[in-house]
Design a protein around this ligand. Structure first.
Ligand code: URA
Length: 188
């Protein structure tokens, strides 16, 4: 069994926090295990819980459109979340739920060793970039996560709620596209 399979099997039987009680599926992550570019959301919603795949609801459709704007698709990147099970009523994952779950993502990132990480929204950025991350002021800025370059953009759900944020996100996406061209060996 590969390291990926072992990790996925272990994760699928996780009962480390109470989110496992109401889950239909663990949403482990999807995409290429060779990906140089990784997108990290916050946690599964209802559709994701039902299908076991990240970003398959309305926000996921918008994420696919955002990816195609910069010539990416799901097969060439990896997509995961900070927590693997759905928080009830789409509330933010609690700090202890994030703490209990984080080692799964950490192990995925170790296996992937991506060149570029893109946080989708505040929760992901506060976890992976810095605790006091301000998405309105700091989206589009670049930081380091170990050896990887890391940035954050608005969460697609925020863009659905407030289309006025879309022009800024377009600029961020174009900068991400350039960073990928400059940094990645295989993605383009
Ligand atoms: N929102 C997220 O943060 N992740 C998903 O997988 C779906 C919606």
């Amino acid at each position: 069994m590969s390291e990926w399979e072992a990790l996925e099997n272990e994760c699928r039987s996780c009962r480390n926090c109470s989110l496992h009680i109401e889950r239909t599926n663990v949403v482990f992550g999807i995409g290429s295990r060779e990906a140089e570019v990784v997108f990290i959301g916050e946690g599964p919603g209802r559709q994701e819980d039902l299908l076991g795949e990240p970003f398959v609801g309305r926000a996921g459709k918008l994420l696919d459109d955002m990816l195609s704007l910069i010539n990416l698709d799901r097969k060439r990147i990896y997509i995961a979340n900070i927590v693997k099970c759905r928080p009830p009523n789409n509330r933010d994952p609690l700090p202890e739920e994030q703490n209990n779950c984080f080692h799964w993502l950490d192990r995925q990132l170790t296996l992937l060793s991506p060149r570029i990480i893109i946080c989708l929204g505040r929760i992901s950025a506060m976890r992976l970039i810095k605790q006091d991350f301000r998405i309105t002021k700091e989206h589009g800025l670049w930081f380091k996560y170990g050896e990887s370059d890391i940035t954050a953009i608005y969460h697609p759900s925020a863009l659905l709620r407030d289309p006025g944020k879309r022009p800024e996100t377009f600029v961020d996406l174009k900068a991400i596209q350039k960073r990928i061209k400059d940094t990645c060996v295989r993605t383009y």
